[in-house]
Write a protein that binds this ligand. Structure first.
Ligand SMILES: Nc1ncnc2c1ncn2[C@@H]1O[C@H](COP(=O)(O)OP(=O)(O)OP(=O)(O)O)[C@@H](O)[C@H]1O
Length: 243
């Protein structure tokens, strides 16, 4: 397996949804083994970009290369994990039953069920029916499904929504542990305080990437200590000096 190619190589990606262009020529490259934050206000195109990465979004033009293959290629099926914003699990099955089912569908080893249950901290709830889980627990079950089969790329749409600060901290630790093991993670959020926990930030607004770099470089570039301020300064810069 080629390990040296980029995890993601997106070139001039344009996407039209509902007759309107919602991604306007997005270009970026992501190396392996890192935690990439996709940040931006609601409706800026984060989910659309993630859908393009996992190959379920019709694209108008541009290329999306994932782990050296075109996004959505059959060879990527087990190498890419995706968790959508809305949990996509069976509400009438328990945590373990859901995970056993998805492990079978994905061809992941049965032993993964215990591992991912543990990783997302749902051990005490393993026999609980999904319908009775809290919102945060349901999000974690959704994330656990994405972790099955040990994918090389994880695309996680707002995985920390509705979680308390302790759980959020634990999940970010898990993301960095996974990255240290060679996994690449793309994590979206619209909460700026999460931005500082990433290795690299893609700041999006209205279908374009406004800034791309580490949290430190963004702070240095804008002179802002707070990432929320940094983002606002980037927006002002871009609006003030159109190129
Ligand atoms: N099925 C659709 N048909 C038409 N327009 C759509 C569709 N899905 C999304 N859009 C539009 O595409 C744009 C980008 O949406 P997207 O869901 O990617 O944003 P987002 O950044 O993920 O937002 P949020 O943080 O609220 O989830 C929005 O303007 C949205 O209204």
């Amino acid at each position: 397996m080629m390990k040296n190619e980029a995890a993601l190589d997106v070139r001039d990606l344009r996407v039209v949804r509902g007759g309107r262009e919602v991604l306007h020529g997005v270009t970026f490259e992501v190396p392996r083994s890192s935690v990439i934050g996709l940040l931006g206000p609601s409706g800026c195109g984060k989910t659309t970009l993630m859908r393009a990465l996992v190959g379920v979004q019709i694209v108008a033009s541009g290329t999306v290369t994932v782990l050296g293959e075109p996004a959505g290629a059959p060879a990527l099926r087990r190498r890419v994990g995706y968790s959508t914003q809305k949990p996509a699990v069976y509400t009438d099955l328990s945590v373990s039953e859901n995970l056993r089912y998805f492990a079978a569908v994905l061809g992941a080893p049965r032993s993964d069920v215990a591992r991912v249950t543990d990783e997302v901290g749902l051990g005490r709830h393993r026999d609980q029916v999904a319908a009775t889980l809290s919102g945060g627990q349901l999000n974690r079950l959704n994330l656990a499904v994405a972790l099955l089969g040990s994918p090389e790329l994880l695309v996680l749409d707002e995985p920390t929504v509705g979680l308390d600060p302790v759980l959020r901290q634990e999940l970010w630790e898990l993301f960095h542990e996974l990255a240290a093991r060679g996994v690449t993670l793309v994590v979206s959020s619209h909460v700026m305080d999460e931005a500082g926990r990433t290795d690299r930030l893609l700041l999006m607004r209205e279908g374009s990437i406004l800034a791309d770099g580490s949290p430190e470089s963004l702070r240095a570039r804008t002179g802002a200590t707070d990432l929320e301020d940094a983002f606002l300064r980037v927006i002002t810069e871009t609006t003030a000096s159109p190129s």
